[in-house]
Write a protein that binds this ligand. Structure first.
Ligand code: HEM
Length: 516
């Protein structure tokens, strides 16, 4: 019989209540803390309080620790048995399970709710993605977010084997003949809702630096190659990148010009069959580890996008930003870099079109991951305000807390519904039509998601108090979100610029005869 199956009465447990002989009960499980007490991060003293030592400390424990503490192997092995006649109630979810906390999942995944958009294909796809993300990607996300190291090759290989990276580029020829999520769906079935589901799963991990470190640079850096590269360049680069053997990033922004791409100063000068590239790029996601750079360059009569392979004349330096350096954010310097003209992506001097054609998809992706993190934060607040006891009552018995929750829920539900409506349009429009009709709505959606995201980050910090500004423990997701939600408001186009874009697009489409 394993020690885990031993049972004890509460009276027996109560005998072990002193230094060198300390047991406690947490959720029907008996833990022997005799030797651990001196190593306890919260100090040994708290464990010897009369309401804790030898007693049922469930409520005290969950007021101070996340459930995951008990699951860590070094702590799980402190369990010596269970309490006679009691059953464990607080269990970890299965890796493909859905949260039953109201609003923790989008409504189409919540029991008893319906959706006009999702089919059985999306549901089974979602189950496979959730399982994979929970088992393979999430542990890596937590590790990398913490230690700032880039994603490991082993995890990249597994992601690419499932073709998750390829699917993040959306529908298209690059999916032809690929086995998606081990064959759960066919490439022909794949649509933007499948893609949305991947992004939602990535966002809900709540590790913002890692969300970008998870090859986000490739999601925006590869499409120009896929859509504008010569057949030879495509045949070489696309398989290398989609298999995770090489990394690519998009290098547009500079210290001189961010959202205003017409102000770029990196130059490409043609000398026979080569481009000579000089200049710097800043805030380049995945730049520290990229093998290829999709670079926006100033040429004689405009902008030209050129694929630059890393060589000794390309230098990358990590930039210290507010989020984890696992994102690989770089300052890139090109010094007389020589690149064959066959590496030109699209037409010379017509690079703006190449850059702009990418933006809608990038912004839509940021909306999805940002929204999913926001939803995760709402789940954290709903759980915390339910379990946290203040002045003898759960936190959610305070009207002011419930008012914050009401606003948070309304924001994520509005954003999700708008997001799904735009995704439905994407599924039914050609890429060109999308550029015309959806650039404005996607800009406005992004403004809405990121602005509400920061309101939610503020509210969540108030709900969590000191824990919401602490990078470990109960409020660690709230702390991460509060610190990193401005990223979504900047990356892919600053919030105000995008709101303005939405209105300018609407102005362009105003009927000439519109009058009150
Ligand atoms: C199996 C039993 C326990 C284990 C394995 C454990 C483990 C830990 C760990 C790992 C931390 C660091 C913070 C974190 O990662 O969340 C911590 C903090 C703490 N623990 Fe425990 N603990 C146990 C039981 C208890 C109990 C019964 C109490 C009751 C008073 C307690 C009080 C605290 C306090 C006050 C802190 C500091 C919290 C903070 O900084 O916000 N612990 N514990």
């Amino acid at each position: 019989m394993s020690t885990k199956q031993r049972t004890f009465t509460t009276q027996e447990v109560a005998q072990h209540n002193k230094s060198g002989d300390l047991w406690i009960i947490i959720d029907a499980k008996v833990y022997d803390l005799s030797r651990f007490a001196d190593m306890h991060p919260g100090g040994s003293g708290v464990l010897f309080a009369s309401a804790i030592a030898g007693q049922d400390a469930t409520q005290a424990f969950f007021g101070l620790h996340r459930h995951e503490v008990l699951l860590r192997p070094q702590y799980a092995r402190l369990q010596i048995g269970t309490v006679d006649g009691q059953e464990e109630v607080i269990k970890p979810l299965a890796s493909d399970a859905l949260s039953e906390v109201p609003y923790a999942e989008p409504s189409f995944l919540s029991k008893g709710y319906f959706s006009p958009y999702y089919t059985e294909s999306h549901r089974k796809f979602h189950k496979a993605v959730r399982k994979f993300m929970t088992e393979v990607v999430y542990p890596e996300a937590v590790r990398c977010e913490d230690n700032g190291k880039r994603i490991s090759q082993d995890v990249v290989d597994k992601i690419c084997e499932m073709n998750i990276f390829a699917m993040r580029l959306g529908k298209g020829k690059h999916l032809k003949g690929r086995t998606l999520m081990g064959g759960v769906i066919t490439p022909e079935e794949f649509d933007h809702f499948h893609e949305l589901l991947i992004n939602l799963e990535i966002g809900r991990m709540g590790t913002r630096g890692f969300v970008d470190g998870l090859l986000a640079g490739g999601v925006i850096g590869l499409p120009p190659v896929l859509n504008f590269g010569t057949p030879e360049i495509q045949a070489k680069v696309v398989p290398e990148v989609l298999s995770g053997k090489k990394y690519i990033c998009l290098a547009i922004t500079e210290a001189f010009a961010g959202s205003d791409v017409s102000g770029l100063q990196t130059t490409a000068v043609r000398e026979g069959d080569v481009w000579i590239i000089n200049g710097t790029k800043k805030w380049i996601t995945n730049g520290t580890f990229a093998d290829y750079f999709t670079v926006g360059c100033k040429t004689d009569k405009g902008l030209t996008v050129i694929l630059v392979p890393r060589d000794d004349n390309v230098e990358t330096k990590a930039i210290k930003t507010a989020y984890s350096s696992t994102a690989g954010t770089a300052y890139v310097t090109f010094t007389n870099v020589r690149v064959p003209v066959s590496h030109t992506l699209g037409s010379v001097n017509k690079g703006l079109q190449v850059i702009l054609s990418n933006f809608n998809h990038e912004r839509w992706m940021i909306c999805a991951t940002s929204l999913a993190t926001q939803r995760k934060i709402v789940e954290e607040c709903l759980k915390w305000s339910n379990q946290r006891i203040v002045f003898g009552k759960p936190l959610n018995s305070q009207p002011v807390i419930r008012a914050k929750l009401a606003n948070m829920i309304a924001r994520i539900e509005s954003a999700q519904n708008w997001m799904e409506s735009i995704t439905h349009q994407m599924n039914n429009m050609s890429y060109d039509v999308q550029s015309d009709r959806l650039a404005g709505p996607i800009g406005l959606l992004k403004q809405f998601v990121t602005r509400t995201g920061r309101e939610t980050a503020e509210d969540a910090t108030q709900v969590f108090g000191g824990r919401g500004i602490t990078a470990t423990g109960m409020g660690k997701l709230v702390e991460n979100y509060h610190r990193t939600s401005p990223y979504d408001a900047i990356l892919g186009g600053a919030e105000d610029v995008l709101g303005d874009l939405g209105v300018r697009q609407a102005m362009k489409k105003m009927p000439k005869n519109a009058r009150l």
